[in-house]
Ligand binder design. Structure first.
Ligand SMILES: [Zn+2]
Length: 249
């Protein structure tokens, strides 16, 4: 079947979810950062454009799904048990849509602005990521920048917290105060652990959602604070992660 046809059929199947506020989950880690940003938003439109399926959500977020040969969308009554690990599950009132395999699933603003290099690419383009980090204003906070999909795509809030802890860098550290080797090893760790996680190997959480508990490395109390325009919660250990402290509330 020609690719375009299956895309238009998928778009048609998804139409009943338009206008609904969706619960979005990601059984597969590949969809985790997307699910975090879309959960609870209203789906405004679904259309097939070229070889892409574009799902527009309230707030101007556009999910682009490029299925190539192996990806597919499945729509069915809500609430049946899920066998396997779809990348995304979008649950409406009566129906749910499951997205299986990609290879491309990315979230952009209205214009599908250029995304940074994919952290899950094999091999990851660490040089390009580093170049983009250095192109940002260097007074930007590292933690905020890591979630900026224009700089590096695919790092969600959990991995931001864990990678910064592993690298012993505070989310509040200014880019200017981190050297290239530190940034490169942070990105490399993140890419390795995220790909391992996609293959089913768990990385224990050291700081994410552990505010107030002792740091497993130094015993200091783990802190948390909203960061950046989107106010996503950053978790860090002030005892062993180098950098500025959080701004006063
Ligand atoms: Zn610590």
């Amino acid at each position: 079947m020609p690719e375009g046809d299956s895309l238009h059929r998928a778009a048609a199947k998804l139409q009943p979810l338009v206008g609904q506020r969706l619960e979005v989950t990601a059984p597969h880690p590949r969809g985790a950062s997307v699910a975090e940003r879309l959960d609870g938003r209203q789906l405004e439109a679904v259309r097939a454009v070229g070889k892409n399926l574009l799902l527009t959500f309230e707030g101007g977020l556009v999910l682009r799904s490029h299925l190539r040969m192996q990806g597919r969308w499945q729509v069915r009554p809500r609430g049946k048990p899920v066998a396997g690990r779809p990348w995304l599950v979008l649950r409406g009132d009566e129906l749910e849509a499951l997205q299986w395999n990609g290879p491309v699933l990315e979230l952009g603003e209205r214009t599908l602005s250029r995304l940074g290099p994919d952290i899950l690419a094999e091999p990851p383009d660490l040089d390009a990521m580093l170049a983009r980090l250095r192109r940002e204003p260097q007074e930007r906070e590292l933690g905020d920048t890591l979630l900026d999909q224009r700089v590096v795509s695919g790092i969600g809030n959990v991995w931001r917290a864990e990678a910064l802890w592993e690298a012993r860098l505070s989310p509040w550290l200014r880019l200017a105060a981190a050297d290239d080797d530190e940034l490169r090893s942070l990105l490399s760790w993140c890419s390795e652990r995220m790909r391992a996680s996609a293959a089913g190997v768990r990385t224990p959480r050291r700081v994410y959602r552990r505010a107030g508990r002792p740091c497993p490395r130094c015993g200091d109390r783990i802190a948390s604070r909203g960061q950046g325009d989107a106010n996503r919660t950053a978790y860090w250990c002030p005892g062993c992660q180098r950098g500025d402290s959080a701004p006063a509330a």
